[in-house]
Design a protein around this ligand. Structure first.
Ligand code: NDP
Length: 400
Protein backbone atom coordinates (compact mmCIF):
# COMPACT_ATOMS: atom_id res chain seq x y z
CA UNK A 1 0.00 0.00 0.00
CA UNK A 2 2.70 2.52 0.89
CA UNK A 3 6.36 3.42 0.82
CA UNK A 4 7.73 5.01 4.00
CA UNK A 5 11.03 6.35 5.25
CA UNK A 6 11.77 6.17 8.99
CA UNK A 7 14.40 8.65 10.24
CA UNK A 8 16.07 7.81 13.58
CA UNK A 9 17.33 4.42 14.75
CA UNK A 10 17.01 4.82 18.53
CA UNK A 11 14.59 3.04 20.85
CA UNK A 12 11.51 4.54 19.19
CA UNK A 13 12.80 3.95 15.64
CA UNK A 14 13.41 0.30 16.54
CA UNK A 15 9.79 -0.17 17.67
CA UNK A 16 8.39 1.63 14.59
CA UNK A 17 10.43 -0.70 12.34
CA UNK A 18 9.21 -3.81 14.21
CA UNK A 19 5.55 -2.80 14.08
CA UNK A 20 5.84 -1.93 10.39
CA UNK A 21 7.33 -5.36 9.71
CA UNK A 22 4.30 -6.85 11.48
CA UNK A 23 1.95 -4.94 9.16
CA UNK A 24 3.41 -5.60 5.76
CA UNK A 25 -0.01 -5.50 4.05
CA UNK A 26 0.04 -1.72 4.71
CA UNK A 27 3.77 -0.97 4.48
CA UNK A 28 5.11 -2.36 1.24
CA UNK A 29 8.53 -0.74 0.98
CA UNK A 30 10.45 0.69 3.92
CA UNK A 31 13.77 2.43 4.50
CA UNK A 32 15.36 3.26 7.86
CA UNK A 33 17.88 6.12 7.78
CA UNK A 34 19.82 7.66 10.63
CA UNK A 35 23.04 9.43 11.53
CA UNK A 36 24.78 6.13 12.27
CA UNK A 37 24.00 3.60 9.53
CA UNK A 38 25.36 0.63 11.52
CA UNK A 39 22.49 1.05 14.03
CA UNK A 40 20.00 0.81 11.14
CA UNK A 41 21.75 -2.34 9.88
CA UNK A 42 21.47 -4.05 13.29
CA UNK A 43 17.70 -3.40 13.29
CA UNK A 44 17.39 -4.57 9.67
CA UNK A 45 19.13 -7.87 10.39
CA UNK A 46 16.90 -8.47 13.45
CA UNK A 47 13.77 -7.88 11.32
CA UNK A 48 15.06 -10.27 8.67
CA UNK A 49 15.52 -12.96 11.33
CA UNK A 50 12.26 -12.39 13.20
CA UNK A 51 9.85 -11.68 10.34
CA UNK A 52 11.79 -12.31 7.10
CA UNK A 53 11.18 -8.61 6.41
CA UNK A 54 13.52 -6.59 4.19
CA UNK A 55 14.30 -3.11 5.47
CA UNK A 56 16.54 -0.86 3.37
CA UNK A 57 18.99 1.29 5.33
CA UNK A 58 20.85 4.54 4.72
CA UNK A 59 23.01 7.15 6.41
CA UNK A 60 21.68 10.70 6.65
CA UNK A 61 22.39 13.84 8.63
CA UNK A 62 18.86 15.11 9.24
CA UNK A 63 20.18 18.55 10.22
CA UNK A 64 21.02 19.05 6.54
CA UNK A 65 18.15 19.80 4.14
CA UNK A 66 20.28 19.08 1.01
CA UNK A 67 21.25 15.62 2.40
CA UNK A 68 17.61 14.85 3.20
CA UNK A 69 16.46 16.02 -0.24
CA UNK A 70 19.03 13.77 -1.91
CA UNK A 71 17.83 10.78 0.09
CA UNK A 72 14.12 11.54 -0.46
CA UNK A 73 14.72 11.88 -4.23
CA UNK A 74 16.54 8.56 -4.40
CA UNK A 75 14.02 6.55 -2.31
CA UNK A 76 10.89 8.54 -3.19
CA UNK A 77 8.78 7.82 -0.07
CA UNK A 78 5.14 8.77 0.30
CA UNK A 79 5.56 9.50 4.02
CA UNK A 80 8.45 10.25 6.38
CA UNK A 81 8.19 9.05 9.98
CA UNK A 82 10.47 11.36 11.96
CA UNK A 83 11.68 9.62 15.13
CA UNK A 84 15.07 11.34 15.27
CA UNK A 85 15.25 14.23 17.76
CA UNK A 86 12.96 17.28 18.03
CA UNK A 87 15.85 19.43 16.73
CA UNK A 88 15.43 17.89 13.27
CA UNK A 89 11.67 18.55 12.83
CA UNK A 90 11.99 21.69 10.73
CA UNK A 91 14.76 20.50 8.41
CA UNK A 92 12.78 17.32 7.73
CA UNK A 93 9.58 19.33 7.11
CA UNK A 94 11.50 21.61 4.71
CA UNK A 95 12.84 18.61 2.79
CA UNK A 96 9.30 17.13 2.66
CA UNK A 97 8.00 20.32 1.07
CA UNK A 98 10.82 20.39 -1.43
CA UNK A 99 10.20 16.77 -2.51
CA UNK A 100 6.41 16.45 -2.12
CA UNK A 101 6.55 14.00 0.81
CA UNK A 102 4.07 13.74 3.72
CA UNK A 103 5.29 14.01 7.32
CA UNK A 104 4.69 12.51 10.79
CA UNK A 105 6.55 13.01 14.08
CA UNK A 106 6.26 12.30 17.83
CA UNK A 107 7.72 15.43 19.46
CA UNK A 108 7.50 19.13 18.67
CA UNK A 109 10.40 21.23 17.47
CA UNK A 110 12.86 22.54 20.03
CA UNK A 111 15.76 24.85 19.21
CA UNK A 112 19.05 23.37 20.47
CA UNK A 113 20.02 26.49 22.38
CA UNK A 114 16.70 27.06 24.17
CA UNK A 115 14.88 24.39 26.22
CA UNK A 116 11.47 25.50 25.09
CA UNK A 117 8.97 23.38 23.26
CA UNK A 118 6.18 25.15 21.47
CA UNK A 119 4.16 24.33 18.37
CA UNK A 120 4.52 27.82 16.87
CA UNK A 121 7.45 26.83 14.66
CA UNK A 122 5.66 23.85 13.15
CA UNK A 123 2.20 25.45 13.01
CA UNK A 124 3.85 28.16 10.86
CA UNK A 125 4.14 25.50 8.10
CA UNK A 126 0.33 25.22 7.81
CA UNK A 127 -0.07 27.24 4.60
CA UNK A 128 2.94 25.67 2.91
CA UNK A 129 1.71 22.10 3.50
CA UNK A 130 -1.83 23.07 2.52
CA UNK A 131 -0.68 24.68 -0.73
CA UNK A 132 1.50 21.67 -1.54
CA UNK A 133 -1.44 19.30 -0.87
CA UNK A 134 0.66 17.47 1.76
CA UNK A 135 -0.27 16.18 5.23
CA UNK A 136 1.85 16.79 8.34
CA UNK A 137 0.80 14.83 11.45
CA UNK A 138 2.34 16.26 14.63
CA UNK A 139 2.93 14.52 17.95
CA UNK A 140 1.90 10.93 17.20
CA UNK A 141 3.60 9.05 20.07
CA UNK A 142 1.92 8.27 23.39
CA UNK A 143 2.14 11.63 25.08
CA UNK A 144 1.72 13.62 22.93
CA UNK A 145 -0.24 11.28 20.72
CA UNK A 146 -2.48 8.69 22.33
CA UNK A 147 -3.31 11.07 25.21
CA UNK A 148 -4.61 13.59 22.66
CA UNK A 149 -6.54 10.86 20.82
CA UNK A 150 -8.02 9.61 24.12
CA UNK A 151 -9.22 13.20 24.71
CA UNK A 152 -10.71 13.42 21.20
CA UNK A 153 -12.42 10.04 21.68
CA UNK A 154 -13.88 11.11 25.04
CA UNK A 155 -15.13 14.40 23.58
CA UNK A 156 -16.68 12.59 20.61
CA UNK A 157 -18.39 9.72 22.43
CA UNK A 158 -18.81 10.48 26.13
CA UNK A 159 -19.18 14.22 26.70
CA UNK A 160 -21.12 17.17 25.38
CA UNK A 161 -18.49 19.41 26.94
CA UNK A 162 -15.11 18.51 28.42
CA UNK A 163 -14.13 20.92 31.20
CA UNK A 164 -11.29 19.44 33.28
CA UNK A 165 -8.51 17.34 31.78
CA UNK A 166 -5.70 15.72 33.77
CA UNK A 167 -3.26 13.63 31.75
CA UNK A 168 -1.55 11.18 34.09
CA UNK A 169 1.71 9.46 33.13
CA UNK A 170 3.07 6.81 35.50
CA UNK A 171 6.17 4.75 34.91
CA UNK A 172 6.17 2.14 37.66
CA UNK A 173 8.94 0.17 35.99
CA UNK A 174 12.31 -0.69 37.52
CA UNK A 175 15.39 -0.88 35.27
CA UNK A 176 17.81 -1.63 38.10
CA UNK A 177 20.10 1.37 37.40
CA UNK A 178 20.81 4.14 39.92
CA UNK A 179 19.86 6.74 37.33
CA UNK A 180 18.77 6.50 33.72
CA UNK A 181 16.30 8.26 31.47
CA UNK A 182 13.69 6.36 29.48
CA UNK A 183 14.25 8.22 26.26
CA UNK A 184 16.96 10.47 24.92
CA UNK A 185 18.58 11.91 28.12
CA UNK A 186 19.17 15.34 26.66
CA UNK A 187 15.53 15.79 25.62
CA UNK A 188 14.22 14.13 28.79
CA UNK A 189 16.27 16.20 31.25
CA UNK A 190 15.45 19.43 29.41
CA UNK A 191 11.76 18.50 29.67
CA UNK A 192 11.57 17.59 33.35
CA UNK A 193 13.79 20.33 34.79
CA UNK A 194 11.86 23.23 33.29
CA UNK A 195 9.19 25.20 35.18
CA UNK A 196 5.74 23.64 35.53
CA UNK A 197 2.82 25.13 33.63
CA UNK A 198 -0.89 24.38 33.35
CA UNK A 199 -4.00 25.93 31.84
CA UNK A 200 -6.70 27.44 34.05
CA UNK A 201 -9.57 29.79 33.27
CA UNK A 202 -8.22 30.94 29.93
CA UNK A 203 -4.58 31.44 30.86
CA UNK A 204 -1.32 29.63 31.62
CA UNK A 205 -0.29 29.35 35.26
CA UNK A 206 3.45 28.85 35.84
CA UNK A 207 4.89 26.93 38.81
CA UNK A 208 8.38 26.18 40.07
CA UNK A 209 9.69 22.81 38.80
CA UNK A 210 7.83 19.96 40.61
CA UNK A 211 6.06 22.42 42.94
CA UNK A 212 2.62 20.77 42.74
CA UNK A 213 2.51 17.10 43.61
CA UNK A 214 0.41 14.43 45.30
CA UNK A 215 0.00 10.66 45.27
CA UNK A 216 -2.36 9.37 42.60
CA UNK A 217 -3.56 5.79 42.27
CA UNK A 218 -2.81 3.97 39.04
CA UNK A 219 -4.64 0.78 37.96
CA UNK A 220 -2.79 -2.47 38.89
CA UNK A 221 0.02 -0.30 40.32
CA UNK A 222 -1.28 1.64 43.32
CA UNK A 223 -0.33 5.07 44.65
CA UNK A 224 2.63 6.93 43.14
CA UNK A 225 3.76 10.48 43.86
CA UNK A 226 2.80 12.50 40.79
CA UNK A 227 4.06 15.95 39.79
CA UNK A 228 2.50 18.65 37.61
CA UNK A 229 4.89 19.42 34.75
CA UNK A 230 4.37 21.19 31.43
CA UNK A 231 3.88 18.86 28.49
CA UNK A 232 3.51 19.83 24.88
CA UNK A 233 0.06 18.36 24.07
CA UNK A 234 -1.53 20.83 26.50
CA UNK A 235 -0.83 23.65 24.03
CA UNK A 236 -2.82 22.13 21.16
CA UNK A 237 -5.53 20.56 23.36
CA UNK A 238 -6.56 23.85 24.99
CA UNK A 239 -6.71 25.40 21.51
CA UNK A 240 -8.76 22.57 20.00
CA UNK A 241 -11.04 22.16 23.07
CA UNK A 242 -11.87 25.73 24.16
CA UNK A 243 -14.42 24.39 26.67
CA UNK A 244 -11.51 23.27 28.89
CA UNK A 245 -11.51 25.23 32.15
CA UNK A 246 -8.36 23.50 33.33
CA UNK A 247 -5.79 21.20 31.70
CA UNK A 248 -2.81 19.69 33.51
CA UNK A 249 -0.18 17.01 32.99
CA UNK A 250 1.07 14.81 35.84
CA UNK A 251 4.14 12.57 35.75
CA UNK A 252 5.41 10.20 38.44
CA UNK A 253 9.01 10.44 39.64
CA UNK A 254 10.78 8.38 42.29
CA UNK A 255 12.69 10.15 45.09
CA UNK A 256 16.01 8.73 43.83
CA UNK A 257 15.37 10.07 40.34
CA UNK A 258 14.55 13.55 41.68
CA UNK A 259 17.63 13.59 43.92
CA UNK A 260 19.87 12.70 40.97
CA UNK A 261 18.17 15.34 38.86
CA UNK A 262 18.71 18.01 41.52
CA UNK A 263 22.40 17.14 41.79
CA UNK A 264 22.78 17.14 38.00
CA UNK A 265 21.26 20.63 37.88
CA UNK A 266 23.14 21.97 40.88
CA UNK A 267 26.53 20.96 39.54
CA UNK A 268 25.79 22.44 36.12
CA UNK A 269 25.57 19.18 34.17
CA UNK A 270 22.10 20.08 32.82
CA UNK A 271 23.48 23.21 31.10
CA UNK A 272 22.66 23.46 27.41
CA UNK A 273 25.18 26.19 26.57
CA UNK A 274 28.78 25.55 25.47
CA UNK A 275 31.64 25.52 27.98
CA UNK A 276 35.40 25.41 27.36
CA UNK A 277 36.99 22.11 28.32
CA UNK A 278 40.62 21.28 27.52
CA UNK A 279 40.66 23.72 24.63
CA UNK A 280 37.46 22.30 23.24
CA UNK A 281 33.85 23.45 23.44
CA UNK A 282 31.40 20.98 24.99
CA UNK A 283 27.75 21.19 26.00
CA UNK A 284 27.48 19.65 29.52
CA UNK A 285 24.11 17.94 28.94
CA UNK A 286 25.45 16.34 25.75
CA UNK A 287 28.51 15.09 27.61
CA UNK A 288 26.21 13.71 30.32
CA UNK A 289 24.24 11.81 27.65
CA UNK A 290 27.47 10.11 26.59
CA UNK A 291 28.08 8.68 30.09
CA UNK A 292 24.49 7.80 31.10
CA UNK A 293 22.99 4.40 30.26
CA UNK A 294 21.62 4.25 26.71
CA UNK A 295 17.78 4.23 27.04
CA UNK A 296 17.66 1.68 24.23
CA UNK A 297 19.64 -0.80 26.35
CA UNK A 298 17.46 -0.62 29.47
CA UNK A 299 14.92 -3.16 28.23
CA UNK A 300 16.64 -6.40 29.20
CA UNK A 301 16.23 -5.98 32.96
CA UNK A 302 13.21 -3.70 32.99
CA UNK A 303 10.28 -4.99 35.03
CA UNK A 304 6.89 -3.48 35.83
CA UNK A 305 4.38 -1.32 34.01
CA UNK A 306 3.73 2.07 32.51
CA UNK A 307 0.23 3.47 32.95
CA UNK A 308 -0.75 6.54 30.94
CA UNK A 309 -4.20 8.00 30.55
CA UNK A 310 -6.63 10.89 30.75
CA UNK A 311 -8.88 11.77 33.68
CA UNK A 312 -11.72 13.97 32.45
CA UNK A 313 -14.63 15.79 34.06
CA UNK A 314 -17.36 17.49 32.07
CA UNK A 315 -21.00 17.49 31.08
CA UNK A 316 -23.15 14.86 29.40
CA UNK A 317 -26.89 15.46 28.93
CA UNK A 318 -26.70 18.34 31.39
CA UNK A 319 -25.16 16.20 34.16
CA UNK A 320 -21.60 16.09 35.47
CA UNK A 321 -19.65 13.01 34.44
CA UNK A 322 -16.17 11.71 35.30
CA UNK A 323 -14.21 9.45 33.00
CA UNK A 324 -10.78 7.77 33.03
CA UNK A 325 -9.26 6.14 29.97
CA UNK A 326 -5.83 4.53 30.16
CA UNK A 327 -3.39 1.96 28.84
CA UNK A 328 -1.07 -0.15 30.96
CA UNK A 329 2.01 -1.46 29.14
CA UNK A 330 4.42 -4.10 30.46
CA UNK A 331 8.15 -3.41 30.05
CA UNK A 332 8.86 -7.15 29.90
CA UNK A 333 6.34 -7.79 27.14
CA UNK A 334 7.64 -4.82 25.14
CA UNK A 335 11.17 -6.24 25.41
CA UNK A 336 10.08 -9.72 24.41
CA UNK A 337 8.38 -8.40 21.28
CA UNK A 338 10.81 -5.70 20.12
CA UNK A 339 13.96 -5.79 22.28
CA UNK A 340 13.16 -2.35 23.74
CA UNK A 341 11.58 -1.05 26.97
CA UNK A 342 8.01 0.15 27.49
CA UNK A 343 8.59 3.87 26.92
CA UNK A 344 10.03 3.28 23.43
CA UNK A 345 7.23 0.78 22.79
CA UNK A 346 4.39 3.12 23.84
CA UNK A 347 5.86 5.80 21.54
CA UNK A 348 6.71 3.65 18.50
CA UNK A 349 3.42 1.75 18.26
CA UNK A 350 1.29 4.94 17.92
CA UNK A 351 3.76 6.38 15.39
CA UNK A 352 3.30 3.27 13.24
CA UNK A 353 -0.51 3.45 13.65
CA UNK A 354 -0.48 7.14 12.61
CA UNK A 355 1.46 6.18 9.48
CA UNK A 356 -1.06 3.40 8.84
CA UNK A 357 -3.94 5.89 9.25
CA UNK A 358 -2.29 8.11 6.64
CA UNK A 359 -1.63 5.32 4.15
CA UNK A 360 -5.18 3.97 4.52
CA UNK A 361 -6.52 7.46 3.74
CA UNK A 362 -8.20 7.81 7.18
CA UNK A 363 -5.94 10.67 8.23
CA UNK A 364 -5.08 12.48 5.04
CA UNK A 365 -5.81 16.16 4.47
CA UNK A 366 -3.60 19.02 3.30
CA UNK A 367 -2.07 21.03 6.13
CA UNK A 368 -0.38 20.65 9.51
CA UNK A 369 -2.42 18.89 12.20
CA UNK A 370 -2.19 17.72 15.79
CA UNK A 371 -3.55 14.21 16.15
CA UNK A 372 -6.75 15.22 18.01
CA UNK A 373 -7.86 16.96 14.79
CA UNK A 374 -8.37 13.59 13.06
CA UNK A 375 -11.07 10.94 13.55
CA UNK A 376 -9.97 9.01 16.68
CA UNK A 377 -12.08 5.89 16.03
CA UNK A 378 -9.96 3.90 13.53
CA UNK A 379 -6.82 4.75 15.53
CA UNK A 380 -8.43 3.57 18.80
CA UNK A 381 -9.38 0.30 17.10
CA UNK A 382 -5.76 -0.26 16.02
CA UNK A 383 -4.41 0.43 19.53
CA UNK A 384 -6.28 -2.67 20.69
CA UNK A 385 -4.89 -4.74 17.81
CA UNK A 386 -1.29 -3.48 17.83
CA UNK A 387 -0.35 -4.05 21.49
CA UNK A 388 -1.65 -1.02 23.44
CA UNK A 389 -5.19 -1.96 24.56
CA UNK A 390 -7.13 0.65 26.54
CA UNK A 391 -9.65 0.59 29.37
CA UNK A 392 -12.39 3.00 30.39
CA UNK A 393 -13.84 3.79 33.84
CA UNK A 394 -16.95 5.94 34.35
CA UNK A 395 -18.21 8.01 37.25
CA UNK A 396 -15.26 7.39 39.56
CA UNK A 397 -13.30 9.57 41.98
CA UNK A 398 -10.61 11.10 39.72
CA UNK A 399 -8.44 12.20 42.70
CA UNK A 400 -7.28 15.31 40.79
P1 NDP B 1 17.27 8.13 20.75
O1 NDP B 1 18.22 9.16 21.18
O2 NDP B 1 17.34 6.73 21.27
O3 NDP B 1 17.27 8.02 19.15
C1 NDP B 1 17.35 9.13 18.32
C2 NDP B 1 17.86 8.66 16.97
O4 NDP B 1 17.93 9.79 16.09
C3 NDP B 1 19.28 8.06 17.05
O5 NDP B 1 19.34 6.95 16.22
C4 NDP B 1 20.13 9.21 16.51
O6 NDP B 1 21.32 8.82 15.84
C5 NDP B 1 19.20 9.81 15.50
N1 NDP B 1 19.63 11.18 15.20
C6 NDP B 1 19.93 12.17 16.07
N2 NDP B 1 20.34 13.26 15.40
C7 NDP B 1 20.29 12.95 14.09
C8 NDP B 1 20.60 13.64 12.90
N3 NDP B 1 21.04 14.91 12.91
N4 NDP B 1 20.45 13.00 11.72
C9 NDP B 1 20.01 11.72 11.66
N5 NDP B 1 19.70 11.01 12.75
C10 NDP B 1 19.84 11.62 13.95
O7 NDP B 1 15.79 8.73 21.04
P2 NDP B 1 14.43 7.93 21.21
O8 NDP B 1 14.32 6.86 20.18
O9 NDP B 1 14.24 7.61 22.64
O10 NDP B 1 13.38 9.09 20.84
C11 NDP B 1 13.12 9.46 19.50
C12 NDP B 1 12.10 10.61 19.46
O11 NDP B 1 10.89 10.20 20.10
C13 NDP B 1 12.58 11.87 20.18
O12 NDP B 1 12.21 12.98 19.38
C14 NDP B 1 11.77 11.89 21.45
O13 NDP B 1 11.55 13.20 21.91
C15 NDP B 1 10.46 11.26 20.96
N6 NDP B 1 9.66 10.68 22.05
C16 NDP B 1 8.31 10.92 22.04
C17 NDP B 1 7.50 10.39 23.03
C18 NDP B 1 6.02 10.56 22.95
O14 NDP B 1 5.32 9.85 23.67
N7 NDP B 1 5.48 11.40 22.13
C19 NDP B 1 8.06 9.63 24.16
C20 NDP B 1 9.48 9.31 24.02
C21 NDP B 1 10.24 9.87 23.01
P3 NDP B 1 22.62 8.23 16.64
O15 NDP B 1 22.23 6.82 16.89
O16 NDP B 1 23.73 8.42 15.73
O17 NDP B 1 22.72 9.05 17.91
Amino acid sequence: MGKVLIIGAGGVGTVVAHKIAQNRDVFTEVMLASRTKSKCDVIASDLKKRYDFTLQTAQVDADSVPELVKLFKSFNPELVINVALPYQDLTIMDACLECGVNYLDTANYEPKDEAKFEYKWQWAYQDKFKKAGLTAILGCGFDPGVTSIFTAYAAKHHFDEIQYLDIVDCNAGDHGKAFATNFNPEINIREVTQKGKYWENGKWVETEPHEIHKPLNYPEIGAKESYVIYHEELESLVKNYPSLKRARFWMTFGQEYLTHLRVIQNIGMARIDEVEYNGQKIVPIQFLKAVLPNPGDLGENYTGWTSIGCRIRGLKDGKERTYYIYNNCSHEKAFEETGTQGVSYTTGVPAMIGAMMFLKGEWRKPGVFNVEEFNPDPFMQQLNIQGLPWNELFDINLEV
